[in-house]
Design a protein around this ligand. Structure first.
Ligand code: BGC
Length: 712
């Protein structure tokens, strides 16, 4: 792609300092069609005569360093003789602090071609070269973690651009969803904190940026810093952003000023006004929600306002973290594609929104960044450069993103093409496990993340008390099972994978006969390890009840906990956990005022004190994975493995008297599935709509139905 054009740079390229490339467009005739093909090393923002080209925010997106996506825009209507094409390029993901791996020698660079077809049938190709001009931009500083500084008064004298020798084979077509502005929020309040700070509250923890609008004098300064939570005294608190400065500064020109950031994003609910030339009002500021353009498909609603708030928080957690890649969190100095977080959340994610294309792109980057030995880096794209991250290892669950996510895409969307393209990556990943384990047919003796952030962790540890070797072996077994199923679907030899899975299962059974913790029991039940389900299920239930009906599980146990209970006769206990309001629980955070999902069960204690500045995000979606239990078990909407993508559906709701009603609506590729139930006296009523042939199970009775709406 872009074969006839060249990468160009500013001759004095400086990190964090955006530059603007300029081209005056000389047209020889009336334009019939004009297409701009463009990409950059860094993020770009293009305009023609001051008007933005396209609506892709932070283009060209975040990929493996082994490729860069190229966008194509129809600009026919924007062109006139003498039009000025300007493209501002900043660090973005490619060169910013987020990319710990970025070679120091790489530079912010632009490559583009504008193809014009004139009405008289002639063509012309305008390409990037040394005749383009380039200058330092009014956007004086842009860095994803640190924010933006814009000086409306700044002017620089343009110089000629320099041609930059850089690999063009990296350039590929846009594969992912476009990142776009999605919604604008006005402040719910602007108030003075006890310590005198002026604070704007948008009422929702969100990801994106803001727009300011004000009349000012030349040189007046606007400055904000953002945060997610206020401290126990009601003052601004952003220590949990760690080294991300998350600031914004704007130097005004005389008169009317209107501005929104171009090359940065923030995760925030509140904003501290560090400087504003006039008394700030709600008319001066709004928040703009930004994320990948994934279509909402799943809706949950119940009779409990707290539960509904949890559902809303799960949706906002996904919106805040599906920004080109599935990030762990959008605010602190991470915002990385942590694989484990995506693994445990991908099923819920695929019901809430249509994420097929979103994950397909990210999985492509996974394949590109997979190590020589087959290991899956802990974050995708691979950006980490710390010792443990470059040790070329995978951790269980995190690495299992290579098998679990493609297979979930197959179940939810029938994406056989994703299974096909990811199959070699899956095979190499299993090969990696076999090359590092200390015990054939188990995954033992390797560094693991364990049951990350579980509450039974030893003092000072992030890893729960569950056995690392047990967790790793169970997920190894699960991945080999997925590999076998995938091989079968693709018409490849699968018997040897099945045989291997059986051997792993026997070895796990022999080596770990007695699951002890909540997470160990959960995994043992959910993944079919134990041969004595009633005993282990009772053990799990007893542990929960002895703990005052509260969980202790972390990232690994939590997504499967309610399933393990409801599959083994403890549905009511599962509901009790879902509806538990005391710490630790999902609704505890809701009662503490959460508007997204917290990283830690104990992010904030009852006194309003924070867990630690170290690792305390208030927008981490992992525990939001509980929604898949609500769709699948409480409302009963199941994918059917033999007819994936909801070509058929199994609907078997399991109601409770603890709620008056519960509804789920799921827009599938084959139409909308609705499963509702409500209680009236002793009776439970069901209303089920299916767009496809369905097996419906109500109170143990099986009904085979064609498409339609049914009442029971
Ligand atoms: C991230 C997590 C991630 C973990 C793994 C953290 O810093 O925020 O969500 O999975 O590291 O160690």
């Amino acid at each position: 792609m872009l074969d006839n054009t060249k990468w160009i740079i500013h001759p004095q390229n400086k990190l964090h300092e955006p530059v603007t490339f300029i081209k005056r467009l000389e047209l020889s005739n009336k334009v019939k069609r004009a297409t701009l093909k463009i990409t950059s090393l860094g993020c770009y923002y293009a305009t023609i005569d001051g008007e933005r080209v396209g609506d892709f925010i932070l283009a060209p997106g975040f990929t493996s360093r082994k490729r860069v996506q190229c966008q194509s825009y129809d600009v026919t209507k924007m062109l006139k003789q003498g039009s000025i094409l300007e493209v501002t390029v900043g660090d973005g993901w490619y060169l910013g602090k987020i990319n710990f791996n970025a070679p120091k020698t790489d530079k912010k660079a632009l490559i583009a071609e504008l193809e014009i077809v004139y009405k008289d049938g002639t063509h012309c190709l305008i390409t990037t070269d040394q005749d383009w001009l380039v200058k330092k931009d009014k956007l004086r500083f842009a860095e994803l973690y640190d924010g933006e500084i814009y000086d409306a008064l700044f002017e620089d004298t343009p110089v000629n651009a320099q041609v930059y020798k850089h690999d063009k084979t990296l350039i590929v077509k846009q594969q992912g969803e476009y990142i776009k502005e999605q919604e604008t929020l006005t402040p719910v309040s602007i108030f003075t904190a006890p310590n005198g700070d002026t604070i704007v509250d948008f009422g929702q923890n969100l990801t994106g940026y803001f727009e300011i609008e004000l009349n000012a004098s030349a040189g007046d300064r606007v400055a904000f810093t953002v945060c997610e939570e206020l401290d126990k005294n009601g003052n601004f608190y952003n220590e949990n952003y760690r080294d991300a400065r998350a600031c914004f500064e704007y130097i005004c020109k005389d008169g009317y000023n209107k501005y929104k950031p171009r090359l940065a994003f923030w995760g925030f609910r509140y904003m501290r006004i560090d400087s504003f030339p006039v008394q700030i009002t709600k008319d001066n500021i709004r928040a703009i929600v930004v994320h990948s353009s994934i279509k909402r498909t799943g809706y949950l609603d119940s009779s409990s306002p707290l539960l509904n708030k949890l559902f809303s928080n799960i949706i906002w957690g996904q919106r805040g973290n599906f920004l080109d890649i599935p990030t762990d969190c959008p605010q602190r100095d991470e915002r990385q594609g942590w694989t484990g977080d995506a693994t445990v959340f991908c099923k819920t994610a695929s019901y809430n929104f249509d994420v097929e294309r979103f994950f397909e792109k990210w999985l492509t980057d996974m394949s590109l960044d997979q190590g020589k030995t087959g290991y899956i880096p802990h974050v995708i794209p691979q950006t980490l450069a710390w010792d443990w991250a470059t040790a070329e290892t995978s951790g269980a669950v995190w690495g299992d993103s290579a098998t679990i996510i493609p297979y979930q895409m197959y179940l939810t969307y029938a994406s056989k093409h994703i299974l096909k393209s990811q199959y070699p990556t899956m095979c190499r990943y299993i090969g990696y496990i076999e090359s590092v384990t200390t015990d054939k047919y188990l995954w033992t003796g390797c560094g693991q993340f364990g049951d990350w952030l579980a509450l039974d962790a030893h003092e000072g540890s992030y890893r729960g008390a569950s056995s690392d070797d047990f967790i790793a072996s169970v997920f190894y077994y699960n991945s080999v099972c997925i590999l076998a199923r995938t091989a079968k679907i693709l018409g490849k030899g699968y018997k040897r994978h099945e045989a291997k899975a059986q051997k792993i299962l026997s070895k796990i059974r022999a080596t770990f006969p007695e699951p002890k913790t909540q997470t160990e029991c959960t995994l043992s039940l959910y993944f079919g390890i134990t041969e004595d389900k009633p005993t282990i299920a009772k053990r799990l239930a007893d542990m929960i009840i002895e703990n005052d009906t509260r969980l202790k599980t972390g990232f690994v146990g939590t997504p499967f906990l309610l399933h393990a209970l409801s599959q083994n006769g403890y549905t009511e206990l599962a509901y009790e956990l879902l509806l538990q309001e005391k710490f630790p629980s999902w609704l505890y955070s809701v009662k503490q005022g959460a508007t997204t999902i917290w990283e830690h069960w104990d992010g904030k204690n009852e006194k309003g004190e924070f867990w630690s500045r170290d690792m305390n995000s208030f927008n981490h979606y992992a525990y939001g994975s509980v929604a898949d239990w609500v769709y699948e078990v409480a409302c009963g909407i199941h994918t059917v493995e033999s007819a994936p993508g909801f070509e058929r559906v199994l609907i078997s709701p399991t109601p409770t008297k603890k709620l008056a009603h519960l509804n789920a609506k799921l827009q599938t590729r084959h139409g909308t599935i609705i499963s509702k139930w409500y209680n009236e006296g002793e009776k439970t009523h069901y209303e089920i709509t299916t767009p496809v042939p369905a097996t419906i199970i109500i109170d143990g009775k099986v009904y085979e139905k064609e498409e339609g709406t049914y009442h029971f």
